[in-house]
Design a protein around this ligand. Structure first.
Ligand code: FAD
Length: 306
């Protein structure tokens, strides 16, 4: 149901030149392909519009949340009661400065960032090739793979918050650790761009490494099915997928959700999985792995409540 206040927020978004959608299925904006409709979706076009929209949402008492490419999200089957700000292509500009710095809008895809770096003979972002997230989501999650992570290459990011306006966060203040950042403990913040420092490299070598990593992903991960990537964080010294496999859960299914037989660390959507199926499967995995191995598995996927 569209309230007058939500309508007012959408009118503001349109005046700011931002694309808007109403009653939009979140399943179309998440790699899990799960989630009901949100009342409204707004694609901010820059940091100023993010700030204006956040402040307006606050004063209009419209609930809102922010998503990037939806590749680490499980959305409620009922959808989202409020406005979803989707930081996407409209905020995806990239530029090289001073030879080895890349400034990237938070809506840019990580693979695009790697390809852009390669194009400019800059090395260091190869690890990000094939991670299906946006730069904003990657900073928020401190995404990483194959021995590299955002923490290794980021210098600072620009962000906006209702109370703080626009500000810069240097890497020292980001508290980046394994799949974690200070942003996860902050409310109502949007990362709008990031500055990365890379190293001069040889284009063919950078490109070869990217291809090698893409091939590894294809071989090891069930990328042919919708998922949100690794469902669980790695417990210290262990691999979640191995613990799940050793607990006899390969192929374990609840409704349309299944522990991938190709990589037990992934929960895949075999067709019509609901968020409820995934949540039940997650609980079952956590309980079984605890009983069989004594390890506590923590979800890496973030849940967006209705
Ligand atoms: C097949 C597959 C493989 C994957 N492989 C990897 C991997 O190798 N390594 C890895 O680390 N991850 C991996 N992931 C998970 C996922 O791609 C990363 O966590 C990614 O960084 C999430 O980015 P996103 O834009 O999709 O974020 P979303 O899923 O849209 O959001 C994730 C969280 O970030 C917040 N957020 C997003 N954008 C912003 C912003 N601009 N400002 C503030 N908050 C924001 C959201 O509110 C949400 O809480 C994989 C996922 C899939 C589906």
């Amino acid at each position: 149901m569209m309230s007058d206040n939500l309508r007012e927020l959408l009118e503001l978004a349109a005046r700011l030149g931002c694309e808007t959608l109403t009653d939009e299925p979140l399943s179309l904006h998440t790699t899990f392909r799960i989630g009901g409709n949100c009342n409204a979706m707004i694609m901010p076009k820059d940091a100023d519009s993010c700030l204006a929209l956040m402040q307006a949402a606050r004063s209009l008492e419209v609930r809102y949340t922010v998503i990037g490419n939806g590749s680490n999200l499980l959305c409620d089957d009922r959808g989202y009661n409020g406005a979803v700000f989707l930081i996407g292509k409209a905020m995806g500009e990239m530029s090289v400065t001073d030879g080895e710095f890349i400034r990237v809008g938070s809506g840019a895809g990580l693979s695009k960032l790697s390809a852009f770096a390669c194009e400019h003979c800059l090395s260091g972002a190869e690890f990000a090739y094939g991670i299906p997230g946006s730069v904003g989501g990657a900073v928020y999650m401190n995404a990483g793979a194959y021995g590299g992570e955002i923490k290794d290459i980021i210098i600072s990011c620009e962000a906006v918050s209702e109370a703080g306006g626009k500000f810069t966060v240097p890497v020292e203040k980001m508290e980046l650790s394994y799949r974690n950042s200070v942003f996860q403990s902050m409310e109502n913040i949007i990362i709008t761009s990031a500055l990365f420092r890379l190293k001069k490299g040889i284009k063919d070598e950078i490109s070869a490494r990217m291809k090698e990593l893409a091939a590894k992903r294809k071989e090891k991960q069930p990328i042919e099915f919708p998922s949100a990537g690794s469902a669980f964080k790695r417990p210290t010294g262990q691999f979640a997928g191995k613990l799940i496999q050793d607990s006899g859960l390969s192929g374990c299914t609840v409704g349309g959700a299944q522990v991938s037989e190709k990589h037990c660390g992934f929960i895949i959507n075999k067709g019509n999985a609901t968020a409820d199926d995934v949540k039940k499967l997650v609980s079952h995995i956590q309980k079984t792995v605890m009983e069989k191995t004594g390890f506590k598995l923590e979800s890496e996927i973030r849940f967006l409540e209705y």
